[in-house]
Design a protein around this ligand. Structure first.
Ligand SMILES: O=C(O)CCC(=O)C(=O)O
Ligand SMILES: [Fe+2]
Length: 318
């Protein structure tokens, strides 16, 4: 579907209030329609990862990354090693990159969202993260909002005791929480974790709504797409001896402003802009609004300068 076919091109197709009408005009197969319906209804959808070489890639990734989980800090290529996670291994691992840049996944996401998708970040895990339920939209968001998603891929069969991914179905329809709503300033403020100021709100929302989580006991090669504001996290790891190999790729979509809401005050025009490249070809992805490139004024510090400093501080503190 072309952008101009939609009455609301500034809303992802799968999150559109006009979804039922607009999905009919989208160029989707029966299977893809099921994925679109699941994303619209639940905020996530499970797919079989479309890669003939996946088995061998997984084998190579696990072999190469195993010793690297002992590292900490930022490599000169820009790979960031922290306890239990490797961020942006695509920069020096061809198989991590091939998974992130899989063209069938990019095409699928582009049709589901109504704009061209591009991967901008990878995360590799060897064990469960036990991360509290959170939305990614406080870390990475877009203007217009919701043009971001994650694809989580199981690099082994994941048992209930290994701390599988869990999610709150339907929570993508809850309001996007921003700094204005929580009554705090974000721009230029130093916090240890972008998630911290919001965690209390999410926990309270989950308790107030009385919702339960759904757990993804994935088979190797299964992947889960989640919407920008879906609450998700790592469930408790019951057996500490178990691994939980997985790769997450985060995607944005073309012609958006890409920024970090946790460190922004949107209504004052103070955005912590991101300075992105596509994982596919390393091409710069300029911040863009209705086709116009947006250059940051002096008050908007691009993420790359500030972020490295924050990351290094965080590594030292942890
Ligand atoms: O794998 C997990 O447990 C959660 C990962 C996650 O939250 C993310 O990559 O955004
Ligand atoms: Fe996340």
């Amino acid at each position: 579907m072309k952008l101009t076919d939609s009455l609301l091109p500034g809303v992802p197709l799968v999150e559109s209030p006009l979804f039922d009408v607009e999905v009919e005009r989208a160029d989707l197969t029966v299977k893809e329609r099921e994925i679109a319906d699941a994303l619209n209804r639940n905020g996530y959808a499970v797919i079989d990862f479309p890669d003939q070489e996946l088995e061998v890639r997984i084998e190579r990734i696990r072999e190469r990354l195993t010793p690297l989980f002992a590292e900490t800090g930022l490599s000169k290529e820009g790979v960031f090693y922290a306890t239990g996670r490797i961020q942006d291994a695509w920069k020096n691992d061809p198989d991590v990159k091939a998974i992130a840049a899989n063209s069938s996944v990019i095409d699928l996401l582009s049709r589901l969202y109504g704009r061209s998708a591009f991967p901008f970040q990878t995360l590799n895990f060897r064990v469960g993260t036990q991360q509290k339920l959170h939305t990614d939209a406080v870390h990475f968001s877009s203007i217009p909002p919701r043009f971001m998603c994650g694809v989580w891929l199981a690099l082994e069969d994941i048992s209930a005791n290994a701390g599988p991914l869990h999610l709150v179905p339907g929570s993508h329809q809850w309001p996007l929480i921003d700094n204005a709503m929580t009554g705090r300033r974000g721009h230029g403020v130093a916090v240890e974790s972008a998630q911290l100021p919001y965690q209390e709100v999410w926990d309270a929302l989950i308790a107030a709504k009385g919702v339960s989580t759904s757990t993804f006991e994935a088979k190797k090669g299964q992947a889960l797409i989640w919407c920008a504001s879906l609450l998700h996290g790592g469930s408790p790891q019951i057996d500490p001896a178990l691994s939980r190999w997985s790769q997450v790729t985060h995607y944005f979509f073309d012609d958006c402003i890409y920024y970090t809401p946790a460190f922004s005050d949107e209504y004052l025009g103070r955005l912590q802009l991101r300075d992105l490249v596509s994982v596919v070809d390393g091409a710069r992805k300029p911040n863009s609004y209705l086709g116009e490139e947006i250059k940051p004024p002096a008050t908007m510090v691009p993420q790359s300068e500030n972020w490295t400093r924050k990351l290094m501080k965080w590594v030292k503190a942890s």
